[in-house]
Design a protein around this ligand. Structure first.
Ligand code: HEM
Ligand SMILES: *[C@@H]1O[C@H](CO)[C@@H](O)[C@H](O)[C@H]1NC(C)=O
Ligand SMILES: *[C@@H]1O[C@H](CO)[C@@H](O)[C@H](O)[C@H]1NC(C)=O
Ligand SMILES: *[C@@H]1O[C@H](CO)[C@@H](O)[C@H](O)[C@H]1NC(C)=O
Length: 320
């Protein structure tokens, strides 16, 4: 009998170990013992980068989003193309648009020095740099969860399939978010990441010439910098204060001044619950900040590689 009990116990242990393995949780203290300086090192590079170029905070936040929405937060967005693989960087929503790779390289170098080795994953660097960017520019300084590992592969098709385009309506946006385990509140709150940063003319041209739910003076002003043809890369702020994490984004939506079609869809696009959330966050900026933090943590938890899955990349642009 003891041997039966023994093997039953062993069975339970193996089972629960494999459960723990596949459902491994991210934690806020993952690097506390192995490299206590990891998070502060990341923060100091981010701080410097934003001092040099205030837009960089927005760009780093967006990198984390684009990482997480394609097969989970696994650093895949950072991989360069090779002779045999076309990676995510060439996908339609990314090409000529996502930026910040040099800052990530710089963080990786400095963190490897501070840790005396290659311990911090590129996926975690993205999550921490996004949190720091938000906090530095006036948003919530939430406790970021870490312990992710990096993917060994990814593809341009996965990125094109998973990242929402700016011409989506509110129904399409919501089903895209739901396919990632996120809900309407996450959609509204995370879209307000557009309180930071810029978009290119090519991303909002159709909106400022063809949409009817747009403030006409606002459209006319934008048209001055974004002609019917040409000036594709000319930039406009996604809200009135592109370097400040505030609730101006919601104010913009309430007055039909969403820059992207997808932004304006969240107010007046036909989803009454979405309209109410926009009004609510416009009235309660602190609720917006708290809920943004929760939704960022939720997004950051999407399908991470943990335990012995994947790897810790030595150079964020190439697999080991
Ligand atoms: C809901 C669906 C979303 C759509 C359709 C969308 C689309 C876009 C587009 C088209 C741009 C401009 C790109 C360019 O013209 O180069 C942009 C910029 C940006 N997006 Fe989104 N986005 C979405 C959600 C999000 C989320 C969830 C976040 C983060 C939480 C985010 C953060 C940003 C930031 C910060 C920028 C500015 C980046 C910079 O200035 O470098 N977006 N987005
Ligand atoms: C949103 O777009 C889809 C696909 O084009 C369309 O079937 C649907 O009717 C649209 N929904 C609304 C509310 O416009
Ligand atoms: C406006 O819509 C029409 C019809 O869909 C399209 O042909 C045209 O290219 C659009 N204009 C702009 C500036 O996007
Ligand atoms: C792009 O923006 C610049 C600076 O505002 C402006 O001078 C230029 O005319 C714009 N390009 C086009 C094609 O409108």
């Amino acid at each position: 009998m003891p041997s039966l009990v023994h093997s039953l116990l062993l069975c339970v242990l193996v089972l629960s170990a494999s459960l723990i393995h596949t459902h491994a949780q991210l934690t806020s203290n993952f690097y506390n013992n192995v490299c206590p300086k990891a998070l502060s090192t990341i923060k100091s590079v981010v701080l410097n980068a934003i001092k040099n170029e205030p837009r960089m905070g927005a760009s780093l936040l967006r990198l984390h989003f684009h990482d997480c929405f394609v097969n989970g937060c696994d650093g895949s967005v950072l991989l360069d193309d090779t002779s045999t693989f076309t990676r995510e960087k060439t996908a339609l929503p990314n090409a000529n648009s996502i930026r910040g790779f040099e800052v990530i390289d710089q963080i990786k170098t400095q963190v490897n020095q501070a840790c005396n080795g290659n311990l911090v994953s590129c996926a975690d660097i993205l999550a921490v740099a996004a949190r720091d960017s938000v906090a530095i520019l006036g948003g919530p300084n939430y406790k970021v969860l870490v312990g992710r590992r990096d993917a060994r592969t990814t593809s341009v098709n996965d990125a094109n399939r998973n990242l929402p385009p700016p011409f989506f309506n509110v129904t399409q946006l919501l089903s895209n978010f739901q396919s990632h385990g996120l809900d309407l509140k996450d959609l509204v709150v995370l879209s307000a990441g557009h309180t930071l940063g810029y978009a290119r003319c090519t991303s909002f041209r159709n909106r400022i010439y063809n949409d009817t739910n747009i403030d006409s003076k606002f459209a006319a002003t934008l048209q001055g910098n974004c002609p019917q043809s040409g000036g594709d890369d000319n930039l406009s702020g996604l809200d009135k204060t592109p370097y400040s994490f505030d609730n101006a984004y919601f104010k913009f939506l309430l007055s039909n001044k969403g820059l992207l079609h997808s932004d304006q869809e969240l107010f007046g696009g036909g989803n009454g619950d979405s309209d109410n959330l926009v009004k609510y966050y416009n009235t309660y900026p602190n609720a917006f900040k708290n809920d943004f933090a929760s939704s960022m943590i939720k997004m950051g938890n999407m399908n991470p590689l943990t335990g012995s899955d994947g790897e810790v990349r030595a150079n964020c642009r190439v697999v080991n």
